[in-house]
Design a protein around this ligand. Sequence first.
Ligand SMILES: *Cc1c(COP(=O)(O)O)cnc(C)c1O
Length: 386
Amino acid sequence: MNTKQLDSDYIAHTYARFPVEIVSGKGAVVTDADGKQYLDFGSGIAVNTFGTADRDWTNAVISQLSLFQHTSNLYYSKPCAELAKMLCERTNMKKVFFCNSGAEANECAIKLARAYGEKKGREYYNIIALKNSFHGRTLATLAATGQDVFHEKFTPLPEGFVFAEANNIESLQQTAEDNKCCAIMLETIQGEGGINVLTNEFVKAVRDVAEKHDLLIIVDEVQTGNGRTGKLYSYMHYGFTPDVFTTAKGLGGGLPIGACVMGEKAENLFAPGDNGSTFGGNPVVCAGAVNILSRLTDEMISEVAEKGENLKKQLESIAGVTEVSGRGLMLGLLCEKDSSQIIAEAREKGLLLLKAKNKIRMLPPLTVTKEQIDAAVQIISECITT
Ligand SMILES: *Cc1c(COP(=O)(O)O)cnc(C)c1O
């Protein structure tokens, strides 16, 4: 039986898949079961940082795999410790908790926020999140997600989340005044919410409000992190360091990982037993992530910024384009023509694109070449203007 039929028969119907079965690839190119090649401007949703089947990363993973594949967190293992050191040194943070996904990393951050609030008084449990945010699919991270469509069917959700409007300073200040809060949690570019970039003024206000009300600042870098936006972590565009940030997607380069990274205010909030994970910090996954992080040099990341600027400029010059948003190689494109239609036509022409709300979303591997960017722009341009 073919894969599509098996999938439809036995996989829970939680995804509306694109009609493509990927069987192999190299870099920013993937090949489907019919042998058709595509330029991959989705990277498995910002996961395949160095593209598909990157040799250096594959070697790092295989070499750890052939030593030992798992130990549990009851024993020490070097890849995990080494990765934590690299993460902290690159960000001036203090401690890392490893888990397996973005949602889990955010769960950890939410627990830290609650523990921080506990010190102020039991009633300080509210976390300010932003409308239109996305923080994951577990019940608590769904509750933190400021989009009602994700909540229907699943109530009651854990309480303790209050919402301010993104880029609306007054709304933020008012939300902090009206509720007893412990933290504020945000994406600097709302990914699933439609590639909306927070303004400098708003992020400055977040810092002021956090100081006034003694709130932990938690930045969700699950999608924006690991070089994607042209900085190692996207908060770095704003010239400040959060108290906690979470990351996942691109950190593992293709294997499942989540990390909750804690600064001074958060590093001692947990005691042994307060959080845990069977797979978290898995040596194979961490060896892959060490490879990714060590190759995300300042030079490599500034190339990401340049490539992103180039892609943005080219997209802006296409007739029929209404808006290009985002930073680095995390871009959103709004056209007069319907996004889903453009995405379907681009796929026919050999380009894989993603959607975010009503926009086309682009998240190519960070190693995408200038020629591949030009080829993608050519296809998008053809799809928009025909
Ligand atoms: C994808 C995403 C998540 C959820 O990550 P999973 O690994 O799917 O659990 C959380 N926050 C943001 C900003 C994301 O883009």
